[in-house]
Design a protein around this ligand. Structure first.
Ligand SMILES: Cc1ncc(COP(=O)(O)O)c(C=O)c1O
Length: 370
């Protein structure tokens, strides 16, 4: 394994690299999977935050995008992508007004989990003479937002009675799969179980007279399980576009399928058992590993995993590597690190180097970062 500084020597570090060929394989794989599972693909935009990537996902068959923030929704709509699901409570009059007005020219569906939030949206929609499609979030085990299945019927009845909003479906984010420590089979079973609960809620709401056209699931740990459940209509995985070290540890992907790395340089060799690199928390984000406690998987610049090097801790601009493999790292050596969590890392960079093999072929800029 060589950690020679010649590969990508024109790139200042720390730098975020996206391997275009691998990303394209990830995009195709998920698009083909969605076709086979007979679900619409609505990837989460918070992972790439790049319109260039979104366009490639659309070309491969995505029907639109999921987003988390108003800035992401604005960026997608400004790029002419006009089928967006905003899956994060827009709980202010200003955000509700934005959603209402956006629905004059596009479809901006909004995820909701309370009658209070529905009322805010309803008021804005009536004022703007608009209709906001809303999708009711069901908590199938994440214990974040969402209503429990037992409460769904009552909440749906109150929402449906409000003017200006149209209850159009149910959704879940099965993020609880990301903290499971069991085997891949157990993670797959948990994804299937969560989606089955969601489908049961959809059926119950239909029996109560609601038109539930969207039954939407979404996560990368559950990418090949939840969408396969009969009755699911839509899948919203996001991280799959790049994958990352956490998904590798969860068995969602092989390390070779990770298309995102942070290129970093050894800037100090202060002790025999320690190498200091220029990628700290401001490059890697502070997302710790879901198994063990490292800041990412260290590889050589050409991509081979260096299992014997551990990214042990980080300060703002300094990362600390140790492990038996660091003997091969001298001052100026370069490493590439597969980050634990792609979404957080993209948000740290305003410029992304798109690479093919050893060549930088493009520079892209994440949008909607704030
Ligand atoms: C509502 C929602 N949908 C979909 C996703 C995508 O999940 P993942 O990042 O595991 O692909 C997320 C991620 O946090 C989410 O919050």
């Amino acid at each position: 394994m060589t950690f020679s500084p010649t590969l990508f020597d024109s790139v200042e570090t720390p730098a975020l690299l996206i391997d275009r060929a691998q990303m394209m394989r990830n995009i195709s794989m998920m698009a083909e999977f969605a076709v086979k599972a007979e679900v619409a693909l609505r990837p989460h935009f918070k992972t790439s935050k790049m319109i260039e990537v979104a366009r490639l996902q659309l070309q491969a068959g995505a029907i639109g995008f999921t987003c988390a923030t108003m800035a992401e929704a604005e960026a997608l709509l400004a790029a002419g992508i006009n089928d967006v699901f905003w899956a994060n409570a827009p709980a202010s009059a200003q955000k509700a007004r934005f959603a209402a007005e956006a629905n004059h020219t596009a479809r901006l569906a909004v995820g909701i989990d309370s009658v209070e939030l529905a009322a805010v949206l309803s008021q804005a929609a009536v004022a703007a003479d608009s209709t906001i499609p809303v999708i009711l979030e069901i908590d199938t085990g994440l214990a974040r937002t969402g209503v429990l299945a037992a409460a769904a019927d009552d909440v749906a009845a109150e929402i449906a009675a409000l003017p200006g909003i149209l209850l159009d479906g149910v959704y879940m984010h099965e993020g609880q799969l990301a903290s499971l420590k069991g085997t891949r089979d157990e993670i797959v079973a948990a994804g299937t179980g969560a989606a089955s609960s969601l489908v049961a809620v959809a059926e119950q709401l239909r029996a109560s007279g609601h038109t539930i056209s969207v039954v939407s699931v979404g996560s990368t740990p559950g990418w090949e399980s939840a969408p396969r459940v009969a009755g699911v209509t839509e899948a919203r995985a996001g991280t799959y576009v790049f994958f990352d070290a956490n998904q590798f540890r969860l068995g969602s992907a092989l390390s070779a399928q990770c298309a995102i790395t942070v290129l970093s340089t050894v800037v100090s060799v202060p002790a025999a058992d320690r190498r200091v690199i220029d990628a700290g928390i401001k490059a890697m984000s502070s997302d710790r590993s879901n198994r063990g406690d490292t800041l990412g998987l260290v590889t050589a610049p050409e991509g081979a995993l260096a299992d014997d090097i551990v990214f042990e801790r980080a300060y703002e601009e300094h990362g600390i590597l140790n492990g038996t493999g660091i003997d091969e790292l001298g001052f100026g050596s370069r490493v590439r690190i597969i980050p634990n969590h792609a979404c957080g890392v993209v948000n740290m960079f305003s410029r992304v180097h798109v690479v093919e093999g050893s060549d930088v072929v493009d520079i892209w800029n994440p949008v909607g970062r704030h």
